[in-house]
Write a protein that binds this ligand. Structure first.
Ligand SMILES: [Zn+2]
Length: 645
């Protein structure tokens, strides 16, 4: 099959009541705010030191490196978000700032092409001596991705050339001729090198990505050998007694059948494996990707699209181990899952992958950012009791309120670049078809069979299931619109120019409809609210239900329902009331469910255990979309609710 392509972002506009709340934040709030953060101008946020580090590395000022080893990636992700944002919304001032940062990056580059402010300033003699923890290749990867995005949007190649020089150096240091056995401790550069190959046509970049994947996990383990070399210097004390499974280097990539270790590393690696499997026509590698995907989505993923069950080491654990109040489910990991799923959908033309991508985007990714765009969740639990998120406990990593910024700030800029590139998820094209994956009001232009077509999308999805697609372009052109029918939609109807479509082919989650210019395609999805159960092997969710409407998972919040939410039992046989409230959370559908709450009215103050009758209070409970939790006042939150039997 031919891989489907994402469209250039400048051909897509998004003007949608659900997504505007977030996508408009990118140019208006997040990019300027993050720019101030990078320049250490936000009071009471942890300083980033990013631009300062580049200025020191460029010898424009004196000083010490500050921040984490991968601090440069914040600049990279900011530039990538800027590039995506400029594509749909030109802004000469912003572009000028970006050009200046790119010049600064160029000045910080060493004679031989090397680029990394931590090693340049702090440990110049230790380049590439600690691949396990040094993050040099990871950081290079993010910078390469940013350079590719900036080139695609602006056509300016200064940044691209800077990163090609560094990529050339990396290719030679890690070449087979040098007998290199090295590969990155944190995967990312693999998928970036493939993107660099795609824009430059220089095959050695993709070949190095392939070598990194092939070398990974071969015995003897590279990272354990590296620890014995004279220049090796431990960076993260918590990574002593290193377990190769943490970085998916426990066995060769091709032999892996379960998602293991640090979740972000894992999914970034799977992205590159999917890309390489396609580019090299490598069926065996593709089957590995399928197995890993299946393992995640059928046994190791939260209903919100979160991954990484353990707060310790931010990692996958075992099948069905999905604790709700002590998990990690890093925002970046769900972004990586969406990137992996998108690639799998592009290669297979199978909409079921996009079901998971949609779940991750609408739930965990959006939960990661406050509706004012100024604070962020790194960890995305499904149950929070703020009082017990205490230091030096198993919930130390769980923050009951979003944080302004982090010392290790991977998630906020990752959310920004994801929101700014939403169009890449929403549509794909092939030679003769346009694929509609997500239902977002706006317009899309594509070149189909050599002719330009446009589609205007109008919808109130996910609150309502009606989607109208008005097709522009000449009526003499006919082409195929492939519209995703989400897995949660069991009933739908479709009509073309008001005539019901009865015989359209529906295959692997897409409805294929022949259309021509000036026609109107209308779809009506039934989006009832549902109570979902987890597989009984998910011990944490036994006897509980989650509430779903379309792609949105709902939760109970203390703000609507009072505290002690685990004492709530809901009656799933009673009908659910749906109400769209325009003034709540920027406009959202709120659900009222009925049930009972265990009362403590027969308990005296000093009693902890006793034989007692259960006293129930009949109550109504209000549920709001999980992605919006903690946007009013802080408090308890619960996704999996006990079911009244
Ligand atoms: Zn992150």
């Amino acid at each position: 099959m031919t891989k489907l392509r994402s469209l250039p972002l400048k051909q897509i506009t998004i003007d949608d009541s659900f997504w505007n709340k977030y996508t408009k934040l990118v140019p208006e709030v997040i990019i300027p705010y993050q720019w101030d953060i990078l320049n250490d101008k936000v009071e009471d946020a942890e300083p980033s030191h990013c631009i300062n580090n580049f200025e020191i590395a460029a010898k424009l000022k004196e000083g010490e490196f500050q921040g984490a080893v991968f601090q440069d990636t914040d600049v990279a992700k900011w530039l990538e978000a800027v590039a995506f944002s400029l594509a749909s919304r030109p802004d000469p001032e912003l572009e000028k700032s970006a050009d200046e940062v790119i010049k600064l990056i160029g000045k910080a580059q060493a004679e031989d092409g090397y680029l990394n402010t931590y090693f340049t300033i702090k440990e110049p003699a230790l380049r590439f001596t600690n691949l396990k923890e040094g993050h040099e290749l990871y950081t290079a990867g993010h910078l390469i991705e940013a350079a590719v995005a900036y080139y695609k949007t602006t056509g300016k190649d200064e940044f691209l050339k800077i990163m090609m020089r560094f990529a050339d150096l990396i290719c030679s240091v890690f070449s087979e001729e040098n007998n290199s056995k090295g590969y990155p401790g944190h995967q990312e550069i693999e998928l970036a090198l493939i993107k660099l190959y795609e824009v430059t046509g220089t095959k050695k970049y993709m070949e190095l990505a392939k070598a990194f994947i092939e070398r990974r996990g071969k015995a003897p383990n590279y990272f354990l050998e590296e620890e014995k070399t004279p220049l090796y210097k431990n960076i993260f004390p918590e990574l002593q007694d290193y377990l190769p499974i943490y970085s998916q280097s426990h066995i060769p990539a091709r032999e892996q059948t379960t998602a293991e270790g640090h979740a972000v590393r894992a999914v970034y690696m799977y992205c590159a494996m999917a890309d390489l499997a396609y580019e090299y026509g490598d069926q065996e590698l593709f089957q590995v990707c399928e197995k890993l995907w299946d393992n995640i989505v059928s046994r190791r993923m939260y209903i919100t699209g979160g991954i990484g069950s353990s707060g310790l080491l931010e990692r996958f654990t075992t099948d069905y181990d999905l604790p709700n109040n002590s998990n990690y489910a890093e925002t970046c990991a769900s972004i990586g899952l969406a990137l992996f799923g998108r690639r799998m959908a592009q290669i297979t033309h199978d909409g079921r992958y996009m079901d998971i991508v949609e779940t991750a985007l609408y739930n965990t990714v959006l939960s990661g950012i406050a509706m004012d765009g100024k604070s962020f969740f790194y960890v995305n639990p499904l149950e929070v009791w703020p009082d017990n998120c205490m230091p030096r406990t198993s919930k130390e990593h769980v923050k009951p309120v979003r944080q302004k910024w982090f010392g290790v700030a991977c998630c906020p800029p990752n959310i920004a670049r994801t929101l700014a590139s939403l169009g890449e998820y929403a549509y794909f094209t092939s030679e003769d078809s346009l694929w509609v994956n997500l239902f977002i009001s706006g317009t899309v232009k594509a070149n189909i069979k050599g002719k330009e077509i446009s589609v205007d999308v109008q919808t109130e999805f996910p609150h309502k299931g009606r989607v109208q697609l008005s097709i522009g372009g000449g009526s003499e052109l006919t082409f195929t619109l492939a519209v995703r029918i989400p897995g949660y939609v069991r009933e739908y109807s479709a009509s073309l120019d008001k005539a019901e479509i009865k015989d359209a082919e529906c295959q692997n989650g897409y409805l294929y409809i022949e259309v021509s210019g000036q026609s109107l395609l209308e779809l009506e999805f039934s989006l009832p609210v549902r109570f979902l159960h987890a597989n009984p092997l998910v011990r944490e969710d036994s006897g509980k239900v989650a509430i779903q409407k379309g792609p949105l998972i709902y939760c109970l919040e203390e703000a609507d329902n009072g505290g002690n939410l685990p004492a709530v039992y809901i009656d799933t046989k009673k009908p659910i009331k749906e109400e769209y409230i325009p003034e709540l959370l920027g406009g959202t559908t709120v659900l009222t469910v009925y049930g009972k709450k265990l009362s403590d009215s027969n308990w005296k103050e000093k009693e902890l255990y006793k034989e007692s009758e259960l006293i129930w209070e009949d109550k109504e409970f209000k549920a709001v979309p999980y992605c919006y939790w903690c946007n009013r006042k802080p408090g308890e939150m619960l996704v999996w609710i006990k079911e009244l039997l």
